[in-house]
Write a protein that binds this ligand. Structure first.
Ligand code: NAP
Length: 263
């Protein structure tokens, strides 16, 4: 039983923001768990192609790059159009692409607010809607399709200078059970992973000098005393998207080494 419990054999997956960081870790997890095809998306085509080539080499499944900007509705429609041409169904959609913004309230610009909300909140909603028919196509009670969102510990933190980012992620968490209920009769499970600090491009500034006093102090504050990495999120994403996690829906899983208790 145990090897099948976490198997994603034959699954077709889409991971947004899959060219680096958390998205690439989840894509790698799916491929190593046996996924047939994992589509990864991002804007920068070179980085995306390089990551797809790297991940295609680690397992039997294929990693396919689909470049595009998901912060616009046109970008969402165009990605959905390409997927509709290539696939007759999708088993797993991971809405992970996101942007971190911050700064003093007095200097906050509407463009930055909109950019944050467009990519972190609007894009996951309308990409899921655009891919609904593909997600429904093979979904059954026994083998439901999965939609995952990537939130952040920032959703439950209260730092005045990360207003737009925290609000966008808090809204993703609020939306999770709403969408789970909206899609339950289509046999689509909807869950959110809410990460704390992870090694990625977004956090590079904090960890690139691991000997710095600032980074050491940050690790001290995290109850697990470390940043998260590949195995931490790949393990949870594979669990949520395989048989093992098929009785979770509308759930927000805090994956933060206890960070939210002591930020
Ligand atoms: N790292 C952490 O500690 C942490 C903690 C909590 C939550 N998160 C969340 O985790 C998710 C992934 O972030 P990360 O830390 O892995 O950052 P990352 O390494 O910077 O990866 C972000 C990914 O999203 C893509 N992306 C950015 N803007 C996009 C756009 N407009 N359209 C399409 N793709 C876009 C990036 O590629 P391009 O730039 O080429 O488009 C890249 O593939 C985000 O939602 C973030 O909020 C991260």
């Amino acid at each position: 039983m145990i090897e099948n419990l976490f198997s994603m054999a034959g699954k077709v997956c889409v991971v947004t923001g899959g060219s680096s960081g958390l998205g690439s870790y989840m894509a790698q997890g799916f491929l190593e768990a046996g996924a047939a095809r994992v589509y990864i998306t991002a804007r920068s085509e070179d980085k995306l192609k390089a990551k797809a080539a790297e991940l295609s080499g680690i397992a039997d499944g294929e990693c396919i790059p689909l470049p595009g900007d998901l912060s616009t509705i046109d970008g969402i429609k165009s990605l959905a159009g390409v997927l509709q041409e290539k696939e007759d169904h999708i088993d797993v959609l991971v809405n992970n692409a996101g942007i971190g913004t911050g700064g003093a309230f007095a200097d906050m610009k509407p463009e930055v607010w909109d950019m944050t909300m467009d990519l972190n909140l609007r894009s996951p909603v309308f990409l899921t809607q655009a891919l609904l028919d593909l997600l429904k196509a093979n979904a059954t009670v026994e083998d439901p399709a999965r939609v995952l969102f990537t939130s952040s510990v920032a959703a439950s933190e209260t730092h005045a200078h990360v207003m737009a980012y925290s609000t966008s992620k808090n809204a993703v968490e609020k939306m999770t059970p709403l969408l789970a209920l909206a899609l339950c009769d289509d046999h689509i499970l909807v869950n959110t992973i809410s990460p704390g600090r992870f090694y990625s491009e977004m956090t590079r500034g904090a960890w690139q000098d691991p000997e710095s006093e600032r980074f050491k102090a940050e690790l001290e504050r995290i109850p697990a005393h470390r940043y998260g990495g590949l195995e931490d999120i790949a393990g949870v994403a594979v669990m949520l998207c395989s048989r093992a996690g098929s009785y979770f829906t509308g759930e927000v899983l805090n994956l933060d080494g206890g960070h939210r208790f002591r930020h």
